[in-house]
Design a protein around this ligand. Sequence first.
Ligand SMILES: Nc1ncnc2c1ncn2[C@@H]1O[C@H](COP(=O)(O)OP(=O)(O)OP(=O)(O)O)[C@@H](O)[C@H]1O
Ligand code: SF4
Ligand SMILES: [Mg+2]
Length: 379
Amino acid sequence: MRALLEINNLSVSFPGPAGLARAVRDISLQVGQGECVALVGESGCGKTVTAQTIMGLLEDQSFIINSAEAIIFNGQPIYEYSSKQWRQFRGKEAAIVFQEPMAALDPTMRIGGQIAEAITCHRRGFPWLGKKAAYRSVSRLLADVGIPDPEIRARQYPHEFSGGMRQRAVIAAAIAGDPALLIADEPTTSLDVMTQNQILELLNTLRRERRMALLLISHDLGVVAGAAERVIVMYGGKIVESGKVADIFYAPAHPYTKGLLRAGQQKNDGSKRLFTIEGMPPSPLAPPVGCPFAPRCREAMSICGRTPPPEVTLVQGHSASCWFCRPNRPEAAEREREREAEREREAETGKQAATERERETERERETERERELEKGTEK
Ligand SMILES: Nc1ncnc2c1ncn2[C@@H]1O[C@H](COP(=O)(O)OP(=O)(O)OP(=O)(O)O)[C@@H](O)[C@H]1O
Ligand code: SF4
Ligand SMILES: [Mg+2]
């Protein structure tokens, strides 16, 4: 599959009074034409910053990106686009849908008017598309996203729509320019479970019908399970595991992915005591030197805190960044454990020797004091 979007070693940081916030650290990923890829991870791991960087939505001067070549879209490096080029890119090449549909809609404008604006904006080069034709397209788009009675609904305002319907309207506006890539950043978080599934199904149907790639962002692995073909797991600004859906769900390799899956499964099977990954994600102001997950990882070895783990390919298309996943893992891990135990033994022996030496010195001092006392008594 030809890559539509390529991200190569992208890092994004925000300078601030408290120092440099390293929101995204050296990530690489690809999204193929028409492919559905899920980007998953806990709050603050860098998902939205990645999406905003792809869309050129980060405010000027507020961030630092490591390389102008870090984002390639359709073979073109896009990061240094002018404002005009970004305007042409957004909507036509790639579009984004955010979590809260109300924030994307103008409450004072009819739904149809807002979608018509998106259509005419992206088709400026086609003067034959008059207002009437644009309105016909609005009705078609509203029908495409599953809104019944589209002609009537187009004349209504956002407050007359339910949450799910508003998200459908926002999706209609996003696909108005026929983009090759749609990024959906937590598109279902504010919706109930039934509506969540309907919106995901809609996104996937639109993707197939329009041969559009979909980058689906979520903090919940369960949400993306049915929709995505590939899953990329982020933690602490880094990609820690990526693979086909089956790889991630049936053979997860990274302890963080395993934790996410366990937490999701328990949530779904209604367990009383929910599993949580203890601790908090690292602060982007002081990311750990070694593995970002080391402070919370039950498998952590001493090397994990010192050196970032390399990316290991487990099978074609499935890779994880974890010392535990090295190809010679059982031996390597065993050796590492032995070394650790050895170091602990040495430290313990050293401590015992030091205590013994202290006791010996104390005994010598005691004997000396007794001798001096005896001498004094004899005099
Ligand atoms: N403009 C900014 N200035 C400084 N720090 C920022 C800025 N934008 C994001 N960050 C920081 O970058 C990190 C990643 O943020 P991001 O919004 O990408 O997280 P996320 O994975 O989308 O989380 P969530 O699931 O909560 O949406 C966070 O620690 C955030 O505080
Ligand atoms: S590298 Fe070490 S700390 Fe990080 S996930 Fe693997 S075992 Fe855990
Ligand atoms: Mg986010």
